[in-house]
Design a protein around this ligand. Structure first.
Ligand SMILES: [Zn+2]
Length: 67
């Protein structure tokens, strides 16, 4: 029974099931995918990372100031 394969999300290193249940693989979610694509830099997609109660809030993200 080696059917379920798991990969690590390139963004947050969270384990992601490699299957139809993970449409955003290898990313864990659409958010991680968009962030990796750099879409967050565009005005069309703003990522909220403040007070979302994310379990991944452990890693300290450097506050980047866009000009
Ligand atoms: Zn992720």
């Amino acid at each position: 029974m080696n059917d379920s394969r798991t990969v690590a999300c390139p963004r947050c290193a969270k384990p992601v099931r490699w299957g139809p249940e993970s449409p955003f693989r290898p990313f864990c979610s659409e958010r991680c995918k968009m962030i990796d694509l750099g879409a967050w830099a565009s005005e069309e997609y703003r990522v909220e990372v403040k007070g979302t109660g994310d379990p991944d809030a452990g890693s300290a993200g450097s506050g980047q100031d866009s000009p």
